[in-house]
Design a protein around this ligand. Structure first.
Ligand SMILES: NC(=O)c1ccc[n+]([C@@H]2O[C@H](COP(=O)([O-])OP(=O)(O)OC[C@H]3O[C@@H](n4cnc5c(N)ncnc54)[C@H](OP(=O)(O)O)[C@@H]3O)[C@@H](O)[C@H]2O)c1
Length: 323
C-alpha cells in the first residue's frame, strides 16, 4: 500500500516508518523541515515538506502522494507545565483540531481507504470514575480538570472527526504513555531525569492508574491497524496497567535512584495544579484485549516492569534514535 505518515520524524514516526517499509509499503513521510528530509530518506520514506497547519500545503502533499492510507501522528509536546497543561499542549491541540481537519479533507479528496490517527489512553482520556482499567466501550472524561479542558476537547475532536468520517475506515489508536528510545521516558530525557533527581513525587494515595507502551510496540500495533484495522478505537497499551504508587518507586529503583518523595494532595495541587493531582491520583488505565484480539498484535514488552529496566540500561539506543 501507499502510506502517508504525518509526524514521520517524531518519537513514534521514526519507529513506524522503517516497519512499514520492511512490510513492503511505499511510505511518504511529512516534515516541516527541509533539513529532516535526509532522516526520512534514511528511514526509507519519500520526504514531503509541508506545514500541517496550512491546508493548501497538506492538500498538495497528499494530492501528490495519492496514498491508500493516511496516518496522523502529529504532536508538538515540549516540556509540560502541569499547572498550565492546556498552555503546554496548545500546539498539539491545534494539530489535533485544525491539523486533523486538514488531513481528513485532503485524504477525502484522494479517497483514502483508511485514516489512522493518534489518540490518547492516559491523561484527559477515560472518565475518572468506575473501574480502574477501561475498554474502548467505556466513557471518555466529560469533566476534566479546568487546566486540561482544551486538551481534552482536542482529543475528543480527533475521536469524533476520524471515527465518524463516513467515506473512510477511521481508526483511533489510544496509545498509553510512551517509553523507550526517542521518548521522554528514556535515559537522559525529561521524565527519567525528574525521577532520577527525586523531582517526581508520589502525590496523596498515588492511586492514578497508568498504562504504558514501549514505543516500538506502539509502532507494531500501528502497522497492524494500517494493514487490517476496522473503523473504531483501539487501546494500544501493555498488559500491566498499574497505579502510580507501584510504577513510580519501581522506575526509581530501575534507574538506581532513591525512592520518590511523598507529598500530600494539597502540596501536589500547589505545584502541579488540579491536572497534576488528577494524573497522579485519579486517571484510569486501559485494556489491550481488543487490539490483541482484532489486530493480531501483542506487545513484545508486555510489562513496563521489565521494559523500564531494559530501557534504563540502553542509553546508546536513545542517542542513536535521536540522531
Ligand atoms: N502517548 C504518548 O505517551 C505520547 C504521544 C505523543 C508524544 N509523546 C511524547 O512527547 C515527546 C515529544 O513529542 P513531540 O510531540 O514534541 O514531538 P515528536 O515526537 O518529535 O513528534 C512530532 C511530530 O509531529 C510533526 N509536526 C509537528 N508540528 C508539525 C507541523 N506544523 N507540520 C508538520 N509536521 C509537524 C513533527 O515533524 P517535524 O518536526 O519534522 O516537522 C514530528 O514528526 C516525546 O517524548 C514523545 O514520546 C508521548
Amino acid at each position: 500500500m501507499r502510506v502517508f505518515v504525518a509526524g514521520a520524524t517524531g518519537a513514534i514516526g521514526r519507529q513506524l516508518v522503517p516497519r512499514l517499509v520492511a512490510a513492503g509499503h511505499a511510505v511518504h513521510g511529512m516534515t516541516r523541515s527541509e533539513s529532516k528530509q535526509g532522516l526520512l530518506y534514511e528511514l526509507g520514506a519519500v520526504p514531503v515538506v509541508a506545514d500541517a497547519l496550512d491546508p493548501d500545503q497538506v492538500a498538495a502533499a497528499i494530492g501528490k502522494a495519492e496514498p491508500d492510507v493516511v496516518v496522523h501522528q502529529l504532536t508538538g509536546i515540549g516540556a509540560v507545565d502541569m499547572r498550565h497543561f492546556d498552555r503546554s499542549f496548545a500546539l498539539t491541540n491545534r494539530l489535533r483540531t485544525e491539523g486533523t481537519d486538514h488531513l481528513l479533507s485532503a485524504a477525502h479528496a484522494v479517497g483514502v481507504r483508511r485514516f489512522v490517527a493518534q489518540g490518547v489512553a492516559g491523561y484527559a482520556a477515560y472518565a475518572r470514575t468506575g473501574g480502574s482499567v477501561k475498554s474502548e466501550d467505556d466513557l471518555l472524561d466529560t469533566s476534566p480538570p479546568r487546566e486540561m479542558r482544551q486538551t481534552q476537547a482536542a482529543i475528543l475532536h480527533v475521536e469524533h472527526a476520524v471515527l465518524e468520517a463516513p467515506w473512510t475506515e477511521g481508526i483511533v489508536l489510544r496509545y498509553g504513555a510512551f517509553y523507550g528510545p526517542g521518548t521522554s521516558l528514556a535515559p537522559g530525557e525529561e521524565q527519567f531525569e525528574l525521577v532520577r533527581r527525586r523531582k517526581f513525587p508520589l502525590v496523596g494515595d498515588s492511586a492514578g492508574v497508568w498504562s504504558f507502551i514501549h514505543v516500538a510496540d506502539a509502532a507494531d500495533a500501528t502497522v497492524a491497524a494500517i494493514e487490517r484495522g476496522h473503523r473504531g478505537a483501539y487501546n494500544v497499551v501493555d498488559d500491566d496497567p498499574a497505579p502510580v504508587a507501584e510504577w513510580l518507586p519501581a522506575l526509581a529503583q530501575a534507574l538506581g535512584a532513591k525512592p520518590p518523595m511523598r507529598v500530600p494532595r494539597f502540596v501536589g495541587r500547589l505545584f502541579a495544579g488540579e491536572a497534576g493531582v488528577a494524573v497522579m491520583t485519579e486517571i484510569r488505565g486501559a485494556s489491550n484485549a481488543k487490539a490483541k484480539r482484532e489486530l493480531g498484535w501483542k506487545p513484545a514488552h508486555p510489562t513496563w516492569r521489565d521494559g523500564f529496566t531494559a530501557s534504563a540500561s540502553s542509553p546508546a539506543i536513545a542517542e542513536e534514535i535521536r540522531g
